[in-house]
Design a protein around this ligand. Sequence first.
Ligand SMILES: Nc1ncnc2c1ncn2[C@@H]1O[C@H](COP(=O)(O)OP(=O)(O)OP(=O)(O)O)[C@@H](O)[C@H]1O
Ligand SMILES: [Mg+2]
Length: 497
Amino acid sequence: MTDSFGENIVHLKNLSKEEYESLFKFSEILNSSTHQDSLIEDAIDIVIKVINAERGLFAKYDETKDEFTNVTGRKISSKSITSLDEFSSGILRKVIKEKKPILYHDVQADPNLSQFQSVQIQKIKSVIGVPIYRDGKIWGVIIADSQLNRKEFTEENLTFLNFFSSLVSLALDRIIQYEELEKENRILINQLQAAEEIPEMIGNSSAMRTLSKLVHKVARTDATVLIIGESGTGKELVARAIHKLSKRKDKPFLAQFCGSIPDSLLESELFGYKKGAFTGANSDKIGLLEAAGEGTFFLDEIGDISMALQAKLLRVLENREIIRLGDVNVRKIEARIIAATNKDLHEMTKEGEFREDLFYRLNVFPIKLPPLRERRNDIPMLAKYFVDKLSDRKITIHPHAIKKMETYYWPGNIRQLINVIQRSLILCDSDKLTEEHIILEDQDETKNFNGTLEEFEIFLLKKRLEQFNGNRTLAAKSLGVSVRWVQLKLKEIGEQI
Ligand SMILES: Nc1ncnc2c1ncn2[C@@H]1O[C@H](COP(=O)(O)OP(=O)(O)OP(=O)(O)O)[C@@H](O)[C@H]1O
Ligand SMILES: [Mg+2]
């Protein structure tokens, strides 16, 4: 315990009940501050109030650089002061030098102080100042001054300031620790988010990383999600991931495949029915949308749904309610809806095949899954993952086998890759998968091409570049375009081959 603290204790004995109460109030205020800035503001307000000063100033002090930073000041008019020029830095330095509280009744008459230019300019008459310590070093200085009265401040004020500075130091310790923890916490959360992966979802390409971020973000909300992607790209996996990462994770995840199912069957599955609603409806049946409760409901292949059912689904999304077949009671549903399709729903709305209002209701948060051929650099990782998963032997993949897979078009995406790996493992007798084991169904990839014209352009360009070992001149010549066209195209897709 420092000597000054001991001195303060002695002085404390003389304090009245009201003064004790005020001190208690101050310690409460100081302890409620959670950041340095608010502590400083609170401290100055208290000082001004208690010692009845015209102006108060806090200046943070950097001992290693020997300079004042972060100046916060107040005038009685409560106008903020942010520049040291309005006070006397000479007096601040005096506190730093003396390392203890100072009190001057008549600054102008004191030759040591009246020499300071600022004292003259600001016409300072009396001043009181106190250092604030942290870890044995001066962390900042509080001063208050008066331009009116030579005898503005008293010895009691000095005692108060001394004690008060100890309180501020204590609060400061707590706040700095808190701020450090807060910063650490933010860094940890950030790192966690950066490392966020979708459970069971393999891939480290930039497309997959973007996807992962989207999935994590939307999982925290209740928004309806529309997952769009070619067959086998992982739409169901993403839907399950959103559920698993959401607060609904302990509630059911129910799915309904909507493709090529008779309307009446699909309807009764989704909405349920009342006994006697149709022949064979021998008892009431709860629909899946209702059964999902507060969980997630996945409408797979939503693009295949009939116009009549689309109207009913619109009601589900708009009003969150359903009516069982043959029933009159309206029932509320709580489930979060995720839908998926490999069709272009927007295009279907233009053709009048899909309701526009339903499309917009579903398209609240669209997630587009990239086809495997657009993230070929994930293929080695995926291949290894499936080999390890599907085989109980330790099997390595020869680089030529990887190359063969990397250059294939993968119309069936990951599902097809799984099949190819499965087949290769049956064919492989050794501990190494080679090119021969990789049987790709239709090497004439153009036959299976179901992308857009623009995608075909890029596909063909890549093929030709492969064929000519990356020689752009030969590739351009064979395609009947200029080399510049090839260069622009490659730049456009951001790829160097
Ligand atoms: N990134 C991935 N990492 C690992 N496995 C994946 C990945 N993406 C998809 N899969 C696997 O690929 C298979 C197909 O995925 P999924 O059924 O989710 O695709 P889909 O888009 O719903 O296909 P479809 O349109 O044919 O229904 C599943 O076995 C799934 O686990
Ligand atoms: Mg699917």
